[in-house]
Design a protein around this ligand. Structure first.
Ligand SMILES: [Zn+2]
Length: 282
């Protein structure tokens, strides 16, 4: 591939040495990472392509009933013949930590884009255990807004669980997943495009170019929210208005990046911080 048109912004040679593990279905994002030169990708999903997927994912009617990861793997190889793709048709949540780390311990970036909360939650623990950067993509009810949460060891104080504390509580109280039914492919792409920006930043942090600077520019602002519907509110509160004000220019298709603090008693990352603190004391 000829990367000359993106070289000024992206450390392509770093991406070519990088391995990305994607759990779930942001497949157009995967394909776009392949376009940017990512060297190898593991795709994890047990789903097959169904009729309802065509309306909002990058599958065609000819793909029906095939395993999603197989269809996508073929597409990635067509986009970038140099890419190495591994497919895992399995239930991510059923993997033991040992199996997980044997399969994915070598990855440079995890992308969790499932609409199944336990998979996202398991991903947070895995990223922290392995000390590997991660991004988490979510679409809110009806696709009216979405989020990208990212975690980079030593840079972002708050992990996914710190940020989504209330979601963990709701889940243990038996409230299930929020359905993104109603969201269109354009809603998904708005969120995936922000995630892709972050993912390039996570993979090439420290390089002296636009994406190499991005993660440090963001710092602790590791919850990004994307507004798709001008009337979107959360529990009756217009969060975008709260941060962006009443100016008529505050309409929609906007992203805010919110500073996040660590939850001192977070079951996922507190141990990590205590170990670091202990090492400093010693
Ligand atoms: Zn945490």
């Amino acid at each position: 591939m000829d990367f000359s048109r993106i070289y000024p912004s992206v450390a392509v040679e770093i991406l070519q040495q990088s391995h990305v593990t994607m759990v779930g279905g942001a497949y157009n994002l995967c394909n776009d990472l392949a376009r940017c030169g990512v060297g190898s990708i593991s795709l994890v999903d047990f789903d097959t392509v169904s009729q309802s997927n065509i309306a909002r994912q990058d599958f065609s009617s000819a793909d029906i009933a095939q395993h999603k990861v197989e269809v996508v793997a073929e597409r990635l190889r067509r986009t970038n013949p140099e890419i190495e793709v591994e497919t895992y048709i399995l239930n991510y949540c059923a993997l033991s930590d040992e199996e997980h780390d044997r399969l994915f311990g070598h990855t440079n970036l995890f992308i969790f884009s499932t609409d199944f909360f336990p998979a996202q939650a398991k991903g947070n623990q895995a990223a922290i255990r392995l000390q590997v950067p991660a991004s988490f993509i979510g679409l809110y009810a009806g696709g009216r807004a979405g989020e990208v949460i990212f975690w980079y060891p030593g840079v972002t104080p708050a992990c996914y669980r710190c940020i989504c504390k209330s979601r963990y509580q709701a889940f243990t109280q038996g409230q299930g997943n929020v359905s993104s039914t109603g969201g269109t492919i354009f809603d998904l792409r708005m969120v995936d495009a922000v995630a892709g920006q972050i993912d390039l930043g996570l993979l090439t942090r420290g390089e002296d170019n636009r994406y190499g600077h991005l993660i440090d520019q963001l710092g602790n602002r590791n919850l990004l929210q994307i507004k798709n519907d001008p009337t979107y509110t959360l529990n009756g509160r217009d969060i975008f208005r709260q941060y962006l004000g009443d100016n008529p220019a505050n309409f929609s298709f906007t992203t805010i990046a919110l500073p996040m603090e660590r939850e001192p008693d977070c079951p996922d990352c507190a141990a990590l911080h205590n170990t670091v603190a202990q090492n400093i004391t010693n």
